[in-house]
Design a protein around this ligand. Structure first.
Ligand code: NAD
Length: 468
């Protein structure tokens, strides 16, 4: 379903009319054009607060990019990247300059007490006006759960409110702001997340706080095909978000096993065949589904690296009017089926070491939604499952979830007009996301270098006003 309002306000006449009437003016979002394009282009400004821990790692990651690097006062430990010699030039935040930045990155990981938050203001107050449209703000902090002292936890938690507010202020120009909370000594795990959140791949992810923990050394991967050699199972793969996940993971080098309902087999094959993927017709809520899927994997590939529980349904009715089969099928497809499939795959040791499980929650599961007690219940349950499993999985296997907001698919096209329009506009970017936005977040979780990203629920919602 095309967004007619978005198209209209992006014409010269429509833009002027929207501005004079005070209506939202969603900016066109820049998404990835080529897999080999640099993750960040233009100028990047780096700053740091007291005791910053990530500056050297940032210097290495960003130094290898073609972006021109600048640093604010206080950042003197940016390492030269191997080979490029791209060392950041000092930038005078107090001076007048025409220099514009496509990204602002601030390392606040060393802040010990609220008084030190002033460094955040000192960096962003002069630089935020220099952020280009479709710009990126990334703040690095320390996970407050790992802070021993209350003042430190307060300062680190404060970053969340700051970043969410910056995301709201910058969203109207299509820019995003996100926070990466690292555990102590987990700086080396930052790379895949810094790359994702600075790149056009995260165009519809804003106002998020991601926790990054310690993990083994990230393996060297081919940046253009980081999933080469991996096998991905994707449920609900025949259309919408599932089809985009299949295409994105295949683009990144994975071999695909797509699953969908028997009635959707033809559409499923139309998605998987051009990618040389395999198609399995299966209702995942059927009691025999886990065994059927496990048998298929055992026979076709001998194991699986990436398990993406995407299939989902809505059966909306207010609670008093909801028939029991609406309740049962919604819980079964969205919540129970994925867990039973995981149980079977784990029991038969079909999930390979360093595997990735990704579940799809929803902002309905975070905020609740009128007429969706069943769906919100299931999608909230997904969050509980992911958080518990993240503590239990072994052999380098991670589990995370994405919680999409309003994404333009058949599911949202079926909504009544007013609900659909509200869903599109009620976020900081004033527009719906695309299936590829969800798929890109999943590809980031699946990256072999994302081993420290575990137990996260990242919303792909343009910072929807719904929920926390
Ligand atoms: P969609 O309806 O377009 O596609 C869902 C796919 O799952 C379909 O191909 C369908 O045939 C398949 N499916 C349904 N029941 C199945 C079953 N029992 N067994 C096997 N396959 C089954 O939906 P979508 O918008 O692409 O959503 C994908 C996922 O994202 C779902 O989990 C959904 O709940 C979630 N989500 C979507 C949005 C959105 O705005 N579109 C928002 C939040 C969450």
């Amino acid at each position: 379903m095309s967004d007619v309002y978005f198209k209209l306000v992006n014409t010269p006449v429509g833009k002027t009319a929207a501005q004079s009437l005070g209506l939202p003016s969603p900016a066109p979002l820049k998404r990835l054009k080529r897999v080999d394009q640099p993750f960040v282009e233009g100028n990047v400004l780096i700053g740091a607060g007291a005791n910053a821990r990530a500056a050297a790692v940032l210097g290495r990651i960003l130094g290898a990019s073609p972006a021109a690097l600048y640093h604010a006062t206080g950042v003197d430990s940016l390492s030269e990247s191997a080979g490029s010699g791209n060392k950041a030039r000092p930038f005078d935040l107090a001076g007048n300059s025409d220099t514009r930045f496509s990204a602002l990155v601030f390392d606040a990981s060393g802040l010990q007490k609220p008084e030190q938050l002033r460094a955040v203001y000192d960096f962003f107050h002069p630089s935020i006006r220099k952020l280009t449209a479709n710009g990126r703000v990334v703040v690095i902090g320390q996970d407050p759960h790992t802070c021993r002292k209350a003042p430190q936890a307060a300062a680190q938690r404060a970053l969340e409110g700051f970043v969410r507010a910056v995301a709201k202020e910058t969203g109207k120009k299509g820019s995003t702001a996100n926070l990466l909370w690292i555990a102590p000594n987990a700086e080396s795990q930052l790379e895949s997340s810094v790359r994702f959140f600075l790149s056009p791949r995260s165009a519809y992810v804003s106002g998020q706080a991601v926790r990054i923990g310690k993990a083994g050394d990230a393996p060297a991967t081919n940046p253009v095909a980081p999933l080469a050699g991996k096998v991905a199972l994707v449920t609900g793969a025949s259309r919408g978000i599932g089809a985009a996940i299949v295409q994105t993971l295949a683009r990144d080098g994975a071999s695909i096993i797509g699953v969908d309902l028997p009635a959707a087999l033809q559409e499923l094959k139309a998605v998987t065949a051009p990618l040389k993927g395999k198609a399995l017709a299966c209702d995942i809520s059927d009691t025999k589904a886990p065994q059927l899927i496990a048998d298929f994997i055992a026979k076709e590939s001998g194991g699986v690296d990436l398990v993406i529980h995407n299939a989902g349904i809505t059966r909306d009715k207010t609670l008093g009017k909801m028939p029991e089969h609406f309740w049962d099928t919604t819980i079964a497809v969205n919540l129970t089926a994925g867990q039973l499939i995981d149980d079977e795959l784990k029991q038969r040791e079909l999930i390979r070491d360093n595997g990735r499980i990704v579940c799809i929650s929803s902002i309905s599961g975070i905020a609740g939604n009128f007429g969706q007690t069943n769906y919100a219940c299931a999608k909230s349950g997904v969050i509980g499952y992911v958080e518990a499993m993240a503590r239990q999985l072994k052999n380098g296997i991670t589990i995370n979830a994405v919680a999409p907001g309003f994404i333009e698919t058949d599911m949202t096209a079926a909504m009544p007009f007013t609900v659909r329009e509200a869903g599109r506009r009620m976020n900081s970017l004033s527009q719906g996301g695309l299936p590829v936005d969800v798929a890109e977040a999943i590809a980031w979780y699946c990256n072999p270098a994302s081993a420290g990203v575990n137990g996260n629920i990242v919303r792909v919602c343009g910072q929807s006003l719904l929920g926390k």
